[in-house]
Design a protein around this ligand. Structure first.
Ligand SMILES: Cc1ncc(COP(=O)(O)O)c(C=O)c1O
Length: 436
């Protein structure tokens, strides 16, 4: 074991769960062997504490670094912001500049508020929406963070949130009185949505969803949601925290002609620097003044500066086109190589956020083995690829050549019936699990 794994073992004694983000736990990738910590990250390269360099063909800062790590243009702007004082008693004018940019990109929206992380921005949006509709219940689809309004869905049944990106989320500590305030519906399932509307009609004030994630939206699904929410005066919030700024410069909902009442942006917007924005129609956003929503670090200058520089680069470099290009290369590569080695896989996800699954009895064993084999070849890799502007054709070529070798190895191990024999450590976790 190297310095990174040793440090992680020690960290678990004084940091419960080891990390601040479930998706950064080494156990989610390759228990005992994933290099938990880094000392440098630039472009799509990451150097661990032992000085080993890896090409990141996995999550790129869990989707936060669309331009690549330590992007020079964004960093230059941020360094200026730091040197000119990133915090003061007065406000940063960049807040106004960014609001203008976001409203220009989303002409249906009139006003903007800021936060610094996705989950808190979602909590803010839900609070404003409840204040506007004066109704408590939220119908939602997908993953939206760790806050009480969301985890309340698991108070009724601890599996309600399964199928919404992260299975097994425990609502312990969420007041039981919130039971019956959040109900999940399935993406692209119109009947399921309408059924829930019928049951809870009188109490629903908010509908929360991503406009797109793993599946392409059925036009009628989005149209039904918009029509019903409008008719019943329910506030429709689109969560663009991960989908936004990948398929286009702005929210993905723009591509589908969906005009929500509010939209939320975060990690897709500022290339690794904490920033989040809630945008919306004036009559709803003004309700932020009727409730109390306020925090010191929502006023720092780095966040809006990073977002402005990132969005500028998205535009000037046509970044979404590049993400689709490398994302397609990777997905096509997986497909070709899986067919070549007769590996049963399912490939899904939009081009910039692709993933595959092994269609076998013990898929997690195979996923762990894949990560182990790829790590040995110098890649941070799992069964997903989040494309960035820093990924160029040469990275994809080298990666696919390694994937070919890994797939060949896995196919052979499956044939022999003993893939688990090749694992150096335990099988990876699939969702939330307590770490003792
Ligand atoms: C769609 C969506 N909503 C909300 C969140 C939560 O954002 P954060 O991790 O910044 O709190 C995420 C994070 O993965 C997300 O993908």
């Amino acid at each position: 074991m190297g310095k990174s794994q040793n440090l992680y073992r020690k960290a678990k004694n004084i940091i419960p769960g080891g990390t601040q983000l479930l998706s950064k736990r080494p156990e989610m990738f390759l228990p005992d062997f994933w290099p938990a910590y880094y000392k440098e990250a630039k472009g799509c390269y990451v150097v661990d504490l032992d000085g080993k360099s890896y090409t990141d063909m996995s999550y790129m800062g869990i989707g936060s670094c669309i331009l690549g790590y330590a992007d020079s243009d964004v960093n230059k702007a941020v360094k200026r912001a730091i040197d000119s004082g990133s915090m003061s008693t007065l406000n940063a004018p960049e807040e106004f500049e960014l609001a203008k940019v976001l409203i220009a990109l989303h002409p249906w929206a009139d006003m903007v508020r800021y936060a610094r992380t996705g989950g808190e921005a979602m909590a803010m949006a839900v609070r404003i929406a409840r204040a506007a509709s004066r109704k408590d219940a939220v119908l939602f689809c997908g993953y939206h963070g760790w806050h009480d309004w969301y985890l309340a869905a698991n108070l009724a049944s601890d599996s309600a949130l399964d199928g919404h990106l992260l299975p097994g989320l425990n609502p312990l500590g969420v007041p039981r009185t919130l039971q019956g305030t959040a109900f999940p519906f399935r993406y692209n399932d119109i009947e399921n949505f309408l059924k829930l509307i019928k049951i809870h009609k009188n109490n629903i004030g908010v509908v929360v969803m991503e406009s797109i994630r793993d599946q392409k939206p059925i036009r009628e699904f989005l149209a039904t949601i918009r029509e019903v929410t409008k008719k019943l005066k329910i506030v429709l919030i689109v969560d663009e925290i991960t989908a936004g700024f990948r398929l286009n410069t702005g929210g993905a909902h723009l591509l589908f002609g969906l005009k929500p009442d509010m939209a939320v942006f975060a990690k897709g917007m500022s290339n690794g620097f904490p920033m989040a924005a809630v945008i919306g129609k004036e009559e709803i956003m003004q309700r932020a003044q009727d409730t109390f929503i306020s925090s010191t670090y929502w006023t720092d200058k780095i966040g809006p500066t990073a977002a402005l520089a990132t969005i500028k680069k998205f535009r000037t470099c046509n970044v979404s086109k590049h993400l689709a290009y490398v994302g397609r290369l990777v997905q096509e590569g997986w497909r070709t190589l899986a067919a070549k080695h007769a590996l049963k896989t399912e490939i899904s996800g939009m081009l910039p956020l692709g993933h595959f699954s092994f269609q076998y009895d013990k898929p997690l064993e195979l996923k762990t083995l894949f990560t182990q084999l790829m790590l040995a070849k110098g890649f941070l890799a799992t069964n997903a690829f989040y494309a960035s502007y820093a990924h160029k054709e040469e990275h994809v070529q080298k990666y696919l050549s390694a994937v070919g070798e890994a797939f060949a190895f896995i196919a052979k191990a499956i044939k022999k019936g003993n893939p688990a024999k090749f694992l150096k450590g335990p099988v990876c976790h699939s969702g939330f699990k307590r770490l003792t």
